[in-house]
Design a protein around this ligand. Structure first.
Ligand code: PLP
Length: 404
């Protein structure tokens, strides 16, 4: 008789975005004449850059010719892409990452979930609260998080690091010592960042207590302030304690195209076991690599023209972020984020809960956002708006909110 992985049964049933979908559907059914504007999208909307489209076409043609056809990609990914990453994302930032420390994948979501495979079940994880839900959910699926406590909306065996207004939406070193620390900067959903000195404190702490940091830098391209690190490997000692996860989704619009990578430095060891070797074994066996065509498309963003075009995409979204941030501040809202990230985090007015404000905004301004409580208990009383819409819709949505 087969058995299921009953850790899945412990997961809270209703996923944040399905609840939002249900509420919006109900509203549009009851109000067919009202036009909804979505500022809750956690997905890019601009088309792929021209250099990327050219690279895709070129790679498809290569697949049509026996002389240039490609079968399985190399386990770690094509060298042309790993070299471009090592040069542009690391060497240019003063970090030396070897190409066999870079593992190409089909995205950061897969990697941030799959990386747990190389760690024992009895590791204790620490997460920022609120944060991107994938870290906790995937650890729950592998039985690392204890029981879900409905009242506190917390897992019994997870160390939550509150990121609230009191701490400038940054985590503080935890009281209890974790084994695995997830950090995500610039942060989804708060849009907050920490500077290099602050990140160095986390690296020093991890080295001291023997923890590993899993650093999600999916929004690296949105950083506009000079003292915010672009990679954790800008910090001294990070290669001995940190794994970094990156994505082509938010900087180059690959959410539907799928491409990301993970850096596992050879210096990172548990006793005398190199984590790089474990991840190489896992990567080669379970294979979450990306197709040749997609890797060619990814390499195109590192050309001069590719850099220019992807910068323009990011700038387009960041103009929306500015519209939202400044418009809401002018309307009297308490807002943060939106400077180094496409996310604006606002305090709900009149002590409304996150879901009360969701309903209020939907019913009065016909604007859809994301309740902060969906990202962790400390997100209660907050709300996330995203900059991934069009200029026009973003302006209209903010005008509607201003006139409430
Ligand atoms: C969007 C997002 C990702 C997902 O990246 P993919 O490469 O599309 O899987 C990873 N981490 C964070 C924090 C994100 O917001």
């Amino acid at each position: 008789m087969f058995k299921i992985n009953d850790n899945y049964l412990k997961l809270p049933g209703s996923y944040l975005f399905s609840t939002i979908g249900k509420k919006v559907k109900e509203f549009t059914t009851n109000n067919p004449d009202k036009e909804i504007i979505r500022l809750g999208i956690g997905d890019v909307t601009l088309p792929l850059a021209p250099v990327v489209i050219d690279a895709l076409h070129g790679a498809v043609d290569e697949m049509a010719d026996a002389a240039t056809f490609k079968g399985y990609a190399p386990d770690l990914g094509y060298e042309f892409l790993r070299q471009a990453i090592a040069d542009n994302d690391y060497k240019a930032r003063g970090a030396e990452i070897a190409i066999d420390e870079i593992f190409i994948s089909d995205g950061a979501k897969s990697d941030s979930g799959n990386i747990g495979d190389i760690f024992a079940q009895d590791n204790k994880i620490a997460v920022c609260d609120p944060v991107y839900p994938v870290y906790v959910d995937t650890n729950a699926m592998s039985g690392r998080t204890g029981e879900y406590l409905v009242d506190s909306q917390k897992w019994s065996n997870v160390i939550y690091m509150p990121c609230t207004a009191a701490t400038n939406f940054a985590p503080e070193l935890p009281q209890e010592t974790p084994d695995i620390i997830y950090l995500c900067f610039p942060n989804n959903p708060t849009g907050s960042t920490i500077n290099k000195d602050e990140l160095q404190k986390w690296v020093d702490y991890a080295l001291k207590v023997g923890a590993v940091i899993i650093y999600d830098a999916a929004y690296e391209a949105y950083i506009s302030e000079d003292d915010v690190p672009h990679t954790i490997y800008e910090c001294e000692g990070a290669k001995a304690c940190a794994i970094e996860i990156r994505s082509f989704s938010k900087n180059a619009g690959f959410t539907g195209t799928r491409l990301g990578f993970t850096v596992v430095p050879k210096e990172l060891k548990c006793g005398d076991v190199e984590l790089n070797k474990l991840w190489a074994r896992r990567h080669g066996t379970k294979f979450n690599g990306a197709p040749y065509i997609i890797q060619k498309a990814g390499a195109a963003i590192y050309t001069e023209e590719g850099k220019k075009q992807t910068k323009e995409m990011v700038a387009y979204y960041m103009e929306n972020a500015k519209t939202i941030r400044e418009g809401l501040a002018a309307a009297g809202y308490t807002v943060s984020g939106g400077v180094n990230a496409p996310y604006i985090w606002l305090k709900t007015p009149d002590n409304m809960t996150s879901w009360e404000f969701f309903d209020h905004l939907l019913n009065t301004a016909n604007v859809v956002g994301t309740p902060g409580s969906g990202f962790g208990p400390s997100g209660e009383g907050y709300f996330r708006l995203t900059a991934f819409g069009t200029h026009e819709n973003t302006k209209r949505a903010i005008d509607r909110i201003k006139s409430l």
